[in-house]
Design a protein around this ligand. Sequence first.
Ligand code: PEP
Length: 260
Amino acid sequence: MSTRRKSIVAGNWKMNLDAAKARSLTEAIAAGAKQTGSVDLVLCPPALYATTVAAALGLAAGVAPSGVALGGQNAHDKESGAFTGEVAPGMLRDIGSRYCILGHSERRTLFGETDATVNAKVKAVLAAGLTPIVCVGESLAERESGRTEAVVTEQVLGSLAGIPADDLATIVVAYEPVWAIGTGKVATPQQAQDVHALVRALLGRLSSPTVADTIRIQYGGSVKPDNAAELAACPDIDGALVGGASLKADDFLAIAKAFG
Ligand code: PEP
């Protein structure tokens, strides 16, 4: 964690919960948010429950009294049109979202998203006034064959191609080794820090080292209350993207506190 960058901890609820549970989880997190210190908190519920979460956060009034922000899990790259089942970035914005996760490994592996797809979505999400949380990360086979650096380099440069430095300065990148997502196998702090330093160097190539120094890079992959502090201590880890542990208010708040 750097003193130059405010950490950001986001919960990716994936396709879990129902409306009542989404509301009560939001209320519990909002109630505890003030005790987490200096950290930005983001909740990314299933799209169908985004308005439920927005209401529970008090976003309907335009301001979130708890300071907890709302985010999407995915968005289409077009503003509107005949795209059955999809959600436009402007719709997320319309209901009070400030962030949107893009290029999550589940989107890449299960829904065929490529760096080009992610790149188009990053541009659309930025155009709608949202902050993209752009996910990158290698599979187990890629790590074991020594390809982590090559894979992450291709994903960062491809997903963020053609984004002006001013916009790059506002984005969030999430390094999520695929082998650590939902498996309980967290990357060691050194493994994570090494890739975070690589990502920051790549962001510097795309903009400048000065801009790259301001961009927040989250770690994601089996982050829990008992491993968050050692990750938070790494100089280039500026927060966490949390899956499973974000479904329990106490765990999510404890992780946030480790970064706060
Ligand atoms: C994720 O899906 O982004 C994630 C990091 O999941 P988990 O925390 O459950 O590994």
